[in-house]
Design a protein around this ligand. Structure first.
Ligand code: 0WD
Length: 254
């Protein structure tokens, strides 16, 4: 029970295939108490049974991170129902379809701004708004992808957003370290989720990764979940500002 006594909020569960679900499940299995959020009404019904399963039916809150008032309301709900929290899992990204295939240079300013707002700035805003209720030994975790380091076909705009997200993790780690808040990212290998379905020719990415990764296979949300649990637990108490690869070793290949 590595997470016994720990309370945390998980943002970004769309369904049971979501990486956020894998992390929430691993934390719950190790004794954590959770709160989870849903994007909009469309997801509320779908998430109710998941919240039940994760033992947090009474802590299922709306939060569209593009709306500052919903982030503020989230803090009030958490403070009221939960008091202090020990960890935040931010497993959210979005880019308009035009940014995930075709000519990179054709991306509009509007699409660029939306992707940066939801996929990058939201990590800063959520952490800042929840900081007053974070305990003095707390952890923030976000999700990134290798397409933010090297060119990956069709990852396009999301690649630029992930590059910005990875540097955001490092600057936040320095800024918040003095308050006992650790900030890390997992760089996960490709997994077939709802968000992944938006990326052009995603099945090729899966095949390429499995063929070239040292482990010669793709990874699961359970595996990301276990590594995520480690990064929000006290087991990683001296780890901050890290981009931790959970990709079967793909990133080491030349
Ligand atoms: O191969 C993959 N699936 C990888 C994903 C490899 C490496 C990293 N990642 C990252 C993603 O970029 C993202 O940051 O992991 C994170 C989670 O993605 P996921 O688990 O692959 O995808 P999904 O299950 O779709 O969850 C992402 C969710 C959204 O789902 P939809 O399908 O509706 O986009 O992010 C949420 C939403 O639930 N989301 C938002 N939440 C609050 N406010 C917003 C928003 N404005 N927009 C999207």
């Amino acid at each position: 029970m590595l997470m016994k006594g720990k309370k945390g909020i998980v943002l970004g569960i769309a369904n049971k295939k979501s990486i956020a679900y894998g992390i929430a499940k691993a934390c719950r299995d190790q004794g954590a108490e959770l709160a989870i959020t849903y994007l909009n009404e469309r997801f509320e019904k779908k998430l109710a049974p998941i919240a039940e399963e994760l033992g947090c039916a009474e802590r299922l809150y709306p939060c569209d991170v593009s709306k500052p008032e919903e982030i503020k309301a989230l803090r009030e709900s958490l403070e009221r129902d939960f008091g202090q929290i020990d960890f935040i899992v931010h497993s959210i990204a979005f880019a308009p379809k035009e940014g995930l295939s075709g000519h990179f240079t054709d991306i509009s300013k509007e699409a660029f701004n939306v992707a940066m707002d939801i996929s990058v700035y939201s990590l800063i805003e959520v952490t800042r708004e929840l900081k007053p209720i974070l305990s003095d030994k707390s952890a923030v975790l976000t999700l990134t992808y290798y397409g933010g380091v090297k060119y990956i076909p069709n990852y396009n705009l999301m690649g630029v957003a992930k590059a910005a997200l990875e540097m955001t993790v490092k600057y936040m780690a320095e800024d918040l370290g003095r308050d006992g808040i650790r900030v890390n990212a997992i760089s996960a290998g490709p997994i077939k989720t709802l968000a992944a379905a938006g990326i052009g020719d995603f099945s090729f990415m899966l095949k390429w990764n499995a063929a070239h990764a040292p482990l010669k296979r793709n990874i699961t949300i359970e595996e990301v979940g276990n590594s995520g649990m480690y990064l929000v637990s006290d087991l990683s108490s001296a780890v901050t500002g890290e981009i931790h690869y959970v990709d079967g070793g793909f990133n080491i290949m030349g």
